[in-house]
Design a binder for this molecule. Structure first.
Ligand code: UD1
Ligand code: CA
Length: 479
């Protein structure tokens, strides 16, 4: 709701300043606050990505505490959508939010509108920022405000009649002002030219001896510049993270939002309160997800896929009708198709299975309990049902891979490939020492250690021959 409507969309370029220099004392952590994670991504990444979606000109991140770590993180984070460069400015020491924005001024052209964001307020939405920019109309000061049942600690929006007169910080507020429940969110849109002039006039004559960005409101009023309050009702968008408890609360609230959005698309979550998505999840029709599952990176689930309780699934594509039984860990990597995990239509996985990067399973493959698969391709109908390891292996159609069998793919220095051709039967407790090829239709007897390739269609046994010794005496205890 915009209380006083702006005069139409601004034509000015938008530049963003993200304040991220504060210490985050209450996190009691060595990690800079803005690098703590919400839904698997750093708080600051959420804010930068929201800015990216606005198609802004410059993004300036003000760093201070943990500056080296924060800057390195941002430079490392890949952003497909980036249409801007991220500039960093250092604020040392940290003398308040007004002082923080002062550090960014050299990077901010005069013709723009500056949107000020906080690195620790991760859930602000693009639509809200667009509406805020519009409310300012490119010429005025627009403040994002919210009404809170408990406004303690926040800057209060002080009005005369309908018009905003000032923001008064909690520590500087009178009893009467503390009763005001409309608070400043920490987010504003302001023309750069005016911001520059106002910041030059800031002082620190207040309870905290800080240079308050919020003092520019009084200056705007004194200069006859209208101050717009764009008030929203969704407090989650402007909720800040100051403590581990607030971080966890925001995480749950965000996860519930994601769960609801999926359920609106028809996904059947056993319990929306026991669901975690740290990335993106695309679901076709009639997907069922039991409790306590965690999805990371990019995951897609085909029609009718069922995910049992307590599964962790990262960077994986699962085709229609596949069933993942409980306690399965599927850990595809983020680096493209070779790295991710693929599970074919109608495959049955788990319980207690482990699929690692590059596990590519075709339709109707069965992977049972305590089976680990890494960088291996299993063709249609192949089965490894119990206690086994397949690494760097190509497995043909309909192969049956026995309990307790492993591919010895690592000689201590190099990884080698194993090929198991179609219709092979590997008995229990076999070791296939790579590189080795098991010819199509062949059988490997249980307990064999295979060090050379085998011809197709034959039985190969490589183990000590069984002997039974008659007349052998068990040692007896000496008297
Ligand atoms: C600020 C606002 C307050 C508002 C609240 C909303 C001011 C003076 N007050 O208060 O009106 O209700 O946000 O959450 O602006 N930071 C720096 N450098 C500094 C100080 C802070 O970069 O010198 C950064 C912090 O890292 C943080 C953001 O600015 O990301 C806000 O600082 P914080 O100290 O949390 O402001 P509040 O006191 O909460
Ligand atoms: Ca403060």
């Amino acid at each position: 709701m915009t209380e006083i409507s702006g005069n139409g969309a601004t034509q000015r370029p938008v530049d963003v300043v993200i304040m991220a220099a504060g210490k985050g004392t209450r996190m009691k952590s060595k990690l800079p606050k803005v690098l703590h994670r919400l839904a698997g991504r750093a708080l600051l990444d959420h804010v930068i990505d929201t800015a990216a979606g606005l198609q802004v000109r410059h993004v300036v991140v003000v760093t201070g505490h943990g500056a080296i770590e924060v800057e390195a993180h941002c430079q490392g984070a890949t952003r497909a959508t980036a249409t801007f460069d991220i500039n960093f400015v250092r604020q040392e020491p940290q003398l308040g939010t007004g002082h923080a924005v002062q550090q960014a001024l050299p990077v901010l052209p005069d013709d723009g509108v500056v949107v000020v964001l906080s690195g620790d307020v991760p859930l602000i939405r693009q639509e809200t920022l667009r509406a805020l920019i519009e409310a300012g109309g490119g010429e005025q000061l627009a403040l994002l405000t919210v009404t809170l049942a408990d406004p303690a600690g926040y800057g209060r929006i002080v009005r005369r009649g309908a018009s905003v007169q000032a923001i008064v910080e909690h520590k500087d507020a009178s009893e009467a002002q503390r009763a005001i429940t409309e608070v400043y969110s920490g987010i504003m849109a302001v023309p750069a030219r005016r911001l520059r002039a106002w910041l030059a006039r800031l002082d620190n004559q207040n309870a905290q001896h800080e240079y308050y960005l919020t003092d520019i409101v009084k200056m705007a009023v004194a200069d006859g510049v209208p101050v717009m309050a764009h008030r929203i009702v969704d407090a989650l968008q402007v909720a800040g993270v100051n403590s581990p408890l607030q971080l966890a609360e925001l995480e749950r609230a965000y996860q519930l939002q994601q769960a609801r959005a999926l359920m609106e698309q028809g996904v059947r979550l056993a319990d929306p309160a026991r669901f975690d998505l740290r990335g993106t999840l695309a679901c076709a029709q009639d997907v069922e997800i039991d409790v306590n599952c965690v999805f990371e990176g990019r995951v897609s689930l085909g029609e009718g896929v069922k995910i049992g309780a307590n599964c962790v699934i990262a960077n994986t594509q699962i085709a229609a009708g596949a069933v993942i039984h409980p306690f399965t860990h599927i850990q595809g990597g983020p680096q493209g198709a070779q790295d991710q995990v693929e599970i074919g239509a109608g495959a049955l996985i788990g319980p207690f299975a482990r699929l690692r990067p590059g596990a590519h399973l075709s339709a109707e493959v069965h992977i049972g309990n305590f089976v680990e698969v890494k960088n291996s391709t299993l063709a249609r109908g192949a089965k490894a049902n119990h206690l086994a390891y397949l690494g760097d292996t190509s497995v043909g159609e309909r192969v049956n891979y026995g309990a307790g069998s492993i591919t010895a793919n690592y000689d201590g220095a190099n990884k080698q490939r194993t090929v198991i051709e179609a219709d092979v039967h590997i008995g229990s407790n076999c070791v296939l020492v790579a590189p080795v090829t098991i010819g199509a239709g062949g059988t490997v007897g249980g307990g064999s250690t295979i060090t050379a390739s085998t011809p197709p269609g034959v039985l190969t046994v490589a183990r000590g021959r069984q002997v039974s010794l008659a007349g052998w005496q068990r040692p007896a205890k000496k008297e």
